[in-house]
Write a protein that binds this ligand. Structure first.
Ligand SMILES: Cc1cc2nc3c(=O)[nH]c(=O)nc-3n(C[C@H](O)[C@H](O)[C@H](O)COP(=O)(O)O)c2cc1C
Length: 144
């Protein structure tokens, strides 16, 4: 069975809650999935999966987390050509502006986005959880 990875960073748990919902969505869609903190992952492992869903909240000034996620993603950009990818993350006050830049970077790296990126303000509510599950299901469909 095709396997997806959900690779995330979360400081206060909001993006982690999104990641859990994305995992549920992949399972609902009938694919295998592994949930991995970005600190336990490396860009070299992207090739081991049929698709990867990345999660990171807005940090800095509409940026990715610079302690772990940004250094990882800067390396990952060189390995995303033709890879099926989905993005998600929580934000506080910027309306999700960070995601536009991130999605542009990901597309410029040659990734194939399986669905629109999912953002939500702080803790995901029921609607955001449903969007995260739909993202996971879209990945499952894309790698079937
Ligand atoms: C240092 C720091 C920088 C942040 N920068 C932004 C930002 O630029 N734009 C924004 O919308 N939210 C920003 N936030 C808010 C977080 O994105 C928000 O609290 C989010 O829900 C955290 O997700 P997490 O629980 O997965 O860490 C920032 C939070 C912190 C702690």
């Amino acid at each position: 069975m095709a396997k997806a990875a959900v690779v995330f960073w979360s400081g206060t748990g909001n993006t982690e809650a999104m990641a859990n919902a994305v995992v549920e969505g992949v399972k609902k869609g009938g694919a295998e999935v592994e949930l991995i903190r970005v600190g336990d992952f490396s860009a070299d492992r992207i090739a081991d999966y049929a698709g990867v869903l990345f999660g990171c909240p807005a940090c800095g000034t509409e940026e990715l987390d610079d302690t772990e996620f940004e250094p990882f993603f800067a390396e990952a950009e060189g390995k995303l050509s033709g890879v099926k990818v989905g993005l998600f993350g929580s934000y506080g006050w910027g309306g999700g502006a960070f995601m536009e830049t991130w999605a542009e970077r990901t597309e410029a790296a040659g990734a194939n986005m399986v669905a629109d990126s999912v953002t939500c303000e702080t803790e995901p509510d029921a609607a955001a959880i449903a969007q995260c599950e739909a993202l996971g299901e879209a990945m499952a469909k894309a790698i079937a």
